[in-house]
Design a protein around this ligand. Structure first.
Ligand code: DGT
Ligand code: CA
Ligand code: CA
Length: 570
């Protein structure tokens, strides 16, 4: 069981106890434990197996340690199972709606008997929520909006949530008797930020044996169907998994079909008709003659197309580009030489500056920027000058100590409501790189928000705009901004647009990234890590960049340090 799964159990436990009205110290203890476990670099399962003392970990006491052992050994926590039976399952999902904490969810449940998404939607529509104590029209509107997001995205899994299951399933199926090839297809292979379900393709001489083995996957909660060549299961975490087993000689065309997207596959089909060919999951047919089916490369080749990477198979012009030899040469993780958005325990990160630097060196970065939050570097009534001095000195010391990595002095600066900055030039001038970000006040009009950002971009100190839309996938809608106008200014000012690699942000998204690229904007891809483990999140940012057709040259942190600093300070 992965740390992520264990963390999720504790966070659900905290939520349910809160709904129940338990002592809030207890609730907080579980929530803190979830946060620590989620960010832990070593596997808890391994630690338990090796008899390590878990209470040495931060936020893990005797009781929580016992629970962890129980989870690792049995796969579940009886206390959580019991609590889950006390509440309708929809209440847990309500908690992910912005503005709804446990108390309010409880009120909705007790006063309006709201226990399904549909009922909550109905109550919002009939304006029955606004008159509840502690609610009001604004909140009612927010709930309605949040519900919409929940329905659109909330039932989907974040790519990163699905990833460990995809890997585990692939490894498992590779051990199925008689299996030849196994590949994860569908939106997961296209590296979409969320996936509706996992689609797996395998090849074998005797599909039934593989299907039977598949339904015995240990984390299966329910077998929905198990036919001769296809099967669907639902895992314990409610992720659905479809398996198709084909003959090995059809693997390429089947992989192309099941990778999708539907729109891309349909467009290829039209392309085939124009060439008097027919295409389906078994191959490309000229009359009754199968002329391409072994590999995806073969399939594209018979159409005279260059190979199209899965990330851009969305029918957004990739087929024409493949025909005309104009496909982008997509950026890869190896191209990155630095990471410019990293938090430490100077603000809300879990590790020290040095710990983050050590991990970044391990990952092969040539340079990084430590960028703690501006408000953590201030005290209530203004700047904490002493803290800033300590912070900057510590970075100097680390630069003296390690000669194979350069640590830039950075800060993630809150852009104020009117677009001005909370610090003056006396402070800002001491920093190598300042990221501008909007963290609060998601309530201005579109024009005001756009103005706010443009004003910040024009400040000589701000070099990067971080997580521009402010969205949290499935939880908080993106800011309504005039993105084209902002991209124009970014380009004019030579400032960078961040692709934030946090799995629930992935901000800017693929579509906006491509639009910005076409307008000549340059990017940085950053982890926004709050722990050592999260430094590896860059791979998710890379996925999003690739989906946005970005190439090495579009991204400033693919350059060596000197060249990077040159373009940064141009
Ligand atoms: P998802 O699961 O919502 O994240 O998105 P996908 O793209 O994984 O879609 P899914 O799971 O419904 O189907 C997997 C692939 O199978 C899809 O990308 C293309 C192929 N496929 C499924 N249904 C159809 C269909 O009705 N027509 C065509 N042409 N292809 C289909
Ligand atoms: Ca799918
Ligand atoms: Ca599917």
């Amino acid at each position: 069981m992965s740390n992520k799964e264990i963390a999720k159990i504790f966070s659900q436990l905290a939520n349910l106890l809160e709904l129940k009205g338990e002592n809030h110290f207890k609730v907080r203890a579980y929530r803190n434990a979830a946060r620590v476990i989620d960010a832990l670099p070593e596997s808890l399962e391994e630690m338990v197996k090796n008899g390590k003392d878990l209470t040495k970990l931060p936020a893990i006491g005797e009781q929580i340690a016992q629970k962890i052992e129980q989870i690792v050994k049995t796969g579940k926590l009886p206390k959580l199972e019991r609590l889950k039976k006390e509440f309708p399952p929809a209440l847990l999902s309500f908690l992910s709606i912005e503005g709804l904490g446990a108390n309010r969810v409880k009120t909705l449940y007790e006063k309006l008997h709201v226990d399904t998404v549909a009922k909550l939607q109905k109550m919002a529509k009939e304006h029955k929520i606004r008159s509840l104590k502690g609610f009001g029209p604004k909140l009612e509107e927010k709930i309605a909006k949040g519900l919409k997001l929940l329905k659109q995205e909330g039932i989907r899994f974040l790519y990163e949530e699905a990833e460990p299951f995809a890997n585990e399933l692939k490894e498992y199926l590779q051990k199925a008797p008689g299996v030849i090839k196994v590949e994860i297809a569908g939106s997961f292979r296209r590296r979409k930020e969320t996936v509706g379900d996992l689609d797996i393709l395998a090849s074998a001489k005797e599909p039934e044996i593989v299907i039977d083995y598949f339904t015995k996957f240990p984390k299966t909660a329910e077998v929905i169907s198990a036919g001769e060549t296809r099967s669907t299961i639902v895992l314990q975490n409610s992720l659905q998994v479809d398996l198709r087993v084909v003959k090995d000689e059809h693997f390429g065309s089947a992989l192309h079909y099941f990778t999708g997207s539907k729109a891309h596959v349909l467009e290829i089909r039209k392309f085939a008709i124009d060439m008097n060919l027919k295409v389906n999951e078994y191959g490309v047919f000229k009359g009754s003659h199968n002329i391409a089916s072994k590999t995806e490369e073969d399939v594209y080749k018979v159409f005279g197309l260059n190979y199209i990477e899965p990330e851009i198979r969305e029918n957004r012009g990739e087929i024409e580009a493949a025909r005309d030899g104009k496909l982008p040469n997509l950026v890869t993780l190896n191209d990155l030489q630095g990471d410019l958005h990293i938090h430490t325990n100077y603000s809300d990160g879990l590790a020290s500056i040095e710990k983050m630097v050590l991990k970044a060196r391990e990952l092969g970065h040539k340079y990084i920027a430590i960028t703690d939050h501006s408000n953590s570097l201030s005290i209530v009534k203004g700047l904490d000058r002493e803290k800033i001095v300590r912070y900057l000195k510590e970075i100097d010391k680390i630069n003296e100590k390690y000669d194979d990595i350069t640590v830039l002095k950075g800060m993630e600066l809150d852009i104020l409501e009117d677009g001005s900055l909370p610090y003056g030039s006396d402070i800002l001038i001491q920093f190598d790189i300042v990221l501008g970000a909007v963290h609060s006040k998601f309530k201005l009009s579109k024009e005001q928000e756009t103005e706010r950002l443009i004003k910040a971009i024009k400040s000589p100190y701000i070099k990067v705009i971080s997580h521009i839309s402010g969205r949290l996938i499935g939880k908080r809608a993106p800011l309504d901004l005039d993105y084209q106008e902002i991209f124009k200014v970014l380009k004019e000012e030579g400032k960078f647009l961040e692709i934030n690699s946090q799995p629930s942000r992935l901000d800017v998204n693929d579509i906006l990234a491509r639009e910005a690229k076409e307008m000549g904007v340059k990017f940085v891809i950053n982890s926004d890590a709050h722990s050592q483990m999260q430094l590896e999140y860059l791979k998710y940012g890379i996925n999003q960049a690739r989906r946005g057709w970005l190439e090495k040259d579009d991204i400033a942190n693919t350059k060596g340090l000197n060249e990077f600093l040159q373009i940064l300070n141009r």
